[in-house]
Design a protein around this ligand. Structure first.
Ligand code: GLY
Length: 358
């Protein structure tokens, strides 16, 4: 069917294209357009650093202009995926045990109850965008490995090596420290002699990490979307898939209720279906902050039966349809933080440590 393009739309987009100025209705105009209780668009992320702030600004531009939550979330997630200094997401993410960066991501669109995800995706820095297209252009939910790669290629995403120098050095150091008995690192007779380790001086502590990012948004129509994107557990086994691309684990969105996302040890999050759990709790009227804390307790209670001293280290974020939000971590010396952007501006919100002092 031929698409009708109204003359007004044509004029607007032509002028916009010619001048580089985006001419779209601004938020105040939309909100003044007769709603009794105007919906307040909002975008949040588990990323609380400067890149998180830039991401929120990028997503907010979309929401402020009347754009939808899916596009806002994608825009914001791409900013974080582009950051070469961030070793937990997208370009610059830490590789698997073989030195290969494999990315996972999921997307959900509350309007249509649609979901898409990719796992073990190599060579493409924006797995969130590929996941969005799985959601929008296929009737599948999850593509993995070579299949995800074929799909990304088919859609013309630019292919590149995602392993930065920084990530490669961290991976090499990890390999050298794995065992004194393998062939990586200094020869045995030199191991006790202090060496000039300048090659590694920027990375004194190497440990596994599983940083990830969640982006959740509500647009001016009250529609909700979310995305979770990650390079996953650093130095993971080749082919390991974490929680981020698993709908209900790393991400869940329900347009009538809200959305939730997880970061941290993916295996815990998968076993507990944590994001789905948080959305279900919000459906029962629990505020997002409490839903995050309850999800952490649910996981910890399971482990405490086996090992009373073991506290996993997940961080959860959640938002409800009314725009209330929260975040919580299992343990830590300082409260977890998240980024929030709305018509009130940018805010770094502090959540709760569920088990302080552990
Ligand atoms: N949460 C990211 C992962 O475990 O892969």
């Amino acid at each position: 069917m031929k698409k009708e393009i109204s003359r007004r739309k044509f004029v607007v987009s032509t002028v916009g294209a010619g001048t580089g100025v985006l001419i779209l209705p601004q938020l105040s105009a939309i909100q003044a357009s007769g709603r009794a209780n105007p919906i307040r668009p909002i975008i949040i992320s588990s990323h609380s650093n400067e890149t998180g702030r830039l991401a929120m600004e990028a997503g907010w531009e979309v929401l402020r202009a009347g754009g939808n939550a899916v596009d806002a979330v994608e825009k914001a997630a791409n900013v974080i995926e582009d950051d070469p200094e961030d070793t937990s997401v997208g370009y610059g993410g830490l590789p698997n045990e073989n030195g290969v960066v494999q990315l996972d991501a999921s997307f959900m669109d509350g309007r249509t109850y649609s979901a898409g995800a990719v796992a073990c995706l190599e060579n493409f820095r924006h797995p969130s965008s590929v996941a969005k297209l799985v959601m929008q252009r296929t009737d599948h939910v999850l593509l993995v490995g070579a299949g995800a790669l074929d799909f990304a290629r088919a859609w013309g995403f630019p292919e590149e090596n995602l392993l930065t120098d920084k990530a490669r050095k961290i991976w090499l150091r990890w390999k050298e420290e794995l065992s004194p008995d393998d062939d990586w690192g200094l020869p045995e007779h030199l191991q006790k002699i202090k060496q000039n380790e300048s090659y590694y001086q920027d990375f004194p502590d190497i440990e596994h990490h599983y940083g990830t990012t969640n982006v959740l948004a509500i647009d001016v129509n009250g529609d909700i979307a979310g995305c979770t994107t990650t390079s996953g557990l650093s130095f993971k086994l080749n082919g390991r898939v974490g929680d981020s691309p698993i709908i209900g684990a790393g991400l869940y969105v329900d347009n009538e209720v809200g959305a939730a996302g997880a970061t941290g040890r993916g295996e815990d999050v998968i076993k507990s279906c944590a994001s789905y759990f948080m959305v279900l709790r919000m459906k029962e009227g629990i505020p997002p902050q409490k839903a995050c804390e309850e999800a952490l307790r649910m996981i910890t209670d399971k482990y405490r039966k086996v090992n009373p001293d073991f506290y996993p280290s997940e961080k959860f974020v959640a938002i409800n349809k009314a725009g209330e939000y929260g975040c919580a971590t299992m343990k830590g010396e300082r409260n977890p933080r998240m980024s929030v952007m709305s018509e009130k501006g940018f805010l770094r919100h502090e959540g709760i440590v569920a088990y302080p002092g552990k």
